[in-house]
Design a protein around this ligand. Structure first.
Ligand code: FES
Ligand SMILES: [Fe+2]
Length: 348
């Protein structure tokens, strides 16, 4: 049976990133009227804002002779290739070939276009497993983003490791007591952990049975259809930083097999002056301290074997969340590869 040319094995798909999903690819402020070339899910893409300010996203490839469109310029809201000026609209259709006026390329859709949304400070792109017919599924967020009681900050950084190591780390609350011991937030509490696990309507929850509200003691999964496997964790803030529990929302975006974009929304449910005080303290101290903690994660993960699952691993009871999230990702990868195989068979 022949597969579509970009088909991969289940392991390959896991390593480069599950499809049929919206991924945050950049901050909203990173995309302006100049083309920006990025690599996400091992694909080269170019983004820019068109004449109405809407963000557009195409494969970063000129259909004339293959130059990177991101080297070009935005011209009347469309992108013009730097090499010979071929102009392409946000839907991937060629609109002008100035070196050869009236050529046959004009009017043809020759470049892949990706659906884009701008929401909650991020630019989100939909990567489809099979060719997309019509509109993509809606981009969804956890409830906390919708009700206005929560406010927060978006932090984005680059990690030089496969995204699966970050995903595993995000479902591993126990590492906070070791890797981040000595930091302002994650120093308290016991070292030993007896993890509980429970399925929920939207995913699962893992928690320390012997401690709550002291360190990273609880992490849960909210799986939103076509909008990610969100790892959500509560973390206690020190009293001198206003106290209370903060909540982290995240799932990594793959760049390629060895790099990923790690983003976190740090949110808190506060109103009035308490919200203002927390935002002030976060800007002045919290963000820098958070960066220090994330750098500890980055150094640990960058030094690990390239693959998330490798043959010298010995999982412990404290890895319960890691084992469960891996299973869900693998199930989804198997579904996507099967869908490609079914499409290839139907075409034969
Ligand atoms: S390669 Fe883009 S116009 Fe020639
Ligand atoms: Fe960490």
């Amino acid at each position: 049976m022949s597969l579509p040319s970009d088909a991969q094995s289940v392991d390959d798909l896991l390593e480069t990133g599950l499809l049929d999903n919206w991924y945050m690819v950049a901050r909203d402020e990173d995309i302006g009227t100049k083309p920006v070339g990025l690599k996400r899910l091992s694909k080269l893409i170019v983004l820019w804002r068109d004449a109405s300010g809407q963000v557009r996203c195409l494969e970063d490839f000129c259909p004339h002779r293959g130059a990177r469109l991101s080297l070009g310029a935005v011209c009347q809201g469309e992108i013009a290739c730097a090499y010979h000026g071929v102009q392409i609209d946000g839907g991937g259709t060629v609109t002008a070939t100035p070196s050869t006026p009236g050529s046959q390329m004009i009017g043809q859709k020759l470049v892949t276009s990706y659906p884009v949304r701008e929401a909650n400070g991020g630019i989100w792109v939909y990567f489809s497993n099979l060719p997309l017919k019509g509109e993509p599924p809606p981009l969804r967020f956890p409830d906390e983003f919708e009700n206005g009681e929560w406010s927060g900050f978006l932090d984005i950084r680059h990690f030089d490791c496969n995204y699966q190591l970050v995903r595993d780390n995000q479902f591993d609350p126990v590492h906070g007591s070791f890797l981040h011991a000595g930091t302002h937030i994650l120093s308290a509490g016991r070292k030993d952990a007896d993890l509980g696990y429970e399925k929920t309507d939207q995913g699962f929850v893992v928690w320390r049975k012997n401690q709550q509200g002291v360190n990273l003691d609880k992490t849960w999964l909210i799986r939103l259809p076509n909008s990610g496997f969100w790892a959500i964790t509560d973390l206690p803030y020190p009293k001198k930083e206003g106290g209370g529990m903060g909540r982290l929302f995240r799932f990594p975006t793959p760049i390629d097999r060895e790099n990923c974009l790690v983003w976190n929304y740090r949110m808190q449910k506060l109103d009035g002056w308490r919200r203002d005080a927390w935002r002030f303290l976060y800007r002045n101290r919290g963000s820098e301290r958070g960066a220090f903690v994330l750098e500890q994660d980055r150094v640990a993960l960058a030094g690990m074997p390239k693959h998330s699952v490798h043959d010298r691993e010995n999982l412990l009871q404290c890895d319960l969340g890691v084992a469960r999230i891996r299973r869900l990702y693998r199930d989804e990868a198997e579904r996507q590869i099967a869908a490609r195989q079914a499409m290839a068979s139907a075409a034969e």
